[in-house]
Design a protein around this ligand. Structure first.
Ligand code: FAD
Length: 380
């Protein structure tokens, strides 16, 4: 790009939400560029659930089959008591999800998912090493400045820049996210040690203790050769500057030791484990202003306990694209208003249930989440 390039739509952040927005907008025929602060993405050790609600969007992007081949397809989401192993709920997924919700439910390594999303974008549309540092709203465009000295003039700017979003700050002023009081430990376990337990690990299971302390464990590959867990543990505070720190098997033992033998098997198979703080914000009063619009964690961050944070970001991307298709970019104010009206209630409901950490602990019907079709649902 030259020093001040004129573009139509700038997406800030090529995370799971931003990459989806870029792909959908490009498919719809818009001229879009994505700007990402990271110089490159790496395969960090973590998994993610993608519900049928979002696999329908990946179908539209052309990635459903690839992701289905890579990811694991759990037949159920089980909830079990962490001490006794008693089943608290057994939610049907697998073929039932395909039939009743219209697409598969997968669990997958998030690096594998993200790599597929990034590979689907034309190279010339994706600009790594572009950290947005300044935003000037002008009458007919927005001037974006980046840490590398580049400047871009965009007609519309989509803030997909995560929980510490600069675009959110521009709309609502500086405000640090709140520490939720919870951390999550994340580990890909040693498969030889896990198999040596002789126990049969379910493809997707959430172990619960008192205070909703839990371990969510699942396969991240179709052939079951990779198994991952993430915890949710209440703590007194978070004092580290880093976005995550190392944890240890000893720490896992101190928190969860003496539990059901399958949980002990997970702890014994732990070699490397990291610890992440969960940050939060209250539902926001403003999703867009003028030519700036937010999606995903920039707009409605949540604790991850419903496994729907990224799914909401990707749903946002699909609905926002449809709104811009319906109105055209010139009438962006109407598009952004329809987008917020369509998304606000659903995203806020998911945010609230996620933060309460009650999802699927008891038998309940998840159809309102999984059967939703962001590609065809009515726009408000
Ligand atoms: C432990 C854990 C487990 C989770 N499990 C699930 C799950 O199973 N299912 C699910 O749906 N969700 C899950 N989530 C939630 C999910 O990870 C987030 O909701 C999702 O990543 C949000 O996507 P996003 O694109 O909005 O933001 P992000 O993924 O945070 O992406 C933002 C991007 O913007 C870039 N960026 C930031 N600032 C700038 C800047 N100034 N200039 C340029 N680029 C910038 C960042 O580098 C980043 O690439 C989980 C979260 C955690 C913490």
């Amino acid at each position: 790009m030259t020093s001040v390039e004129q573009i139509d739509i700038a997406v800030i952040g090529a995370g799971l939400g931003g990459a989806a927005a870029a792909a959908l907008l490009l498919n719809a025929g818009f001229s879009v560029h994505v700007f990402e602060q990271a110089p490159v993405f790496s395969r960090l050790g973590a998994g993610i659930h993608i519900g049928p609600n979002v696999m329908k969007i990946f179908r539209a992007i052309g990635l459903e089959d690839r992701l289905s081949r890579i990811g694991s397809h759990p037949d159920h989401w089980f909830s079990r008591d962490g001490l006794s192993g008693d089943y608290l709920s057994k939610i049907e997924l697998g073929d039932y999800a395909k039939r009743e919700y219209g697409a598969p439910y997968i669990t997958i390594h998030r690096g594998d998912l993200h790599a597929e999303q990034i590979a689907a974008l034309p190279e010339e549309r994706l600009h790594f090493d572009h950290r947005l540092t300044d935003i000037v709203e002008r009458d007919s465009d927005v001037l974006l400045s980046f840490a590398n000295g580049k400047e871009v003039s965009a007609k519309l700017v989509i803030g997909a820049d995560g929980i510490n979003s600069m675009i959110r700050e521009k709309l609502l002023g500086p405000e640090k996210p709140r520490f939720s009081g919870w951390v999550g430990h994340r580990a890909l376990v040693n498969m030889d040690k896990l198999r040596a337990t002789g126990l049969e690990y379910e493809r997707c299971v959430k172990w619960w203790w008192e205070q909703s302390r839990h371990i969510m464990a699942y396969a991240t590959k179709n052939d079951g050769s990779e198994y991952y867990y993430v915890t949710g543990v209440p703590v007194d505070g978070w004092t580290h500057e880093a976005s995550f720190v190392d944890s240890s098997r000893e720490e896992m033992e101190a928190i969860f030791g003496g539990s059901h033998p399958m949980v002990q098997g997970l702890i014994d198979a732990t070699e490397e484990v990291t610890k992440w703080p969960f940050w939060n914000r209250d539902p926001m009063s403003l999703w867009s202003r003028g030519r700036l619009c937010l999606l995903g964690d920039a707009c409605h961050p949540m604790r991850p306990h419903m496994a729907q944070g990224a799914c909401m970001a990707i749903e946002d991307a699909a609905v926002l694209t449809r709104c811009l298709v319906a109105t055209g970019t010139t009438d962006y104010r109407t598009a952004f208003a329809i987008y917020e009206n369509t998304r606000r209630d659903r995203a806020t409901k998911v945010q609230t249930i996620s933060n309460a950490n009650t999802w699927l602990k008891e038998p309940e019907d998840p159809a309102w989440v999984y059967a939703y079709d962001p590609i065809n649902a009515a726009l408000a």
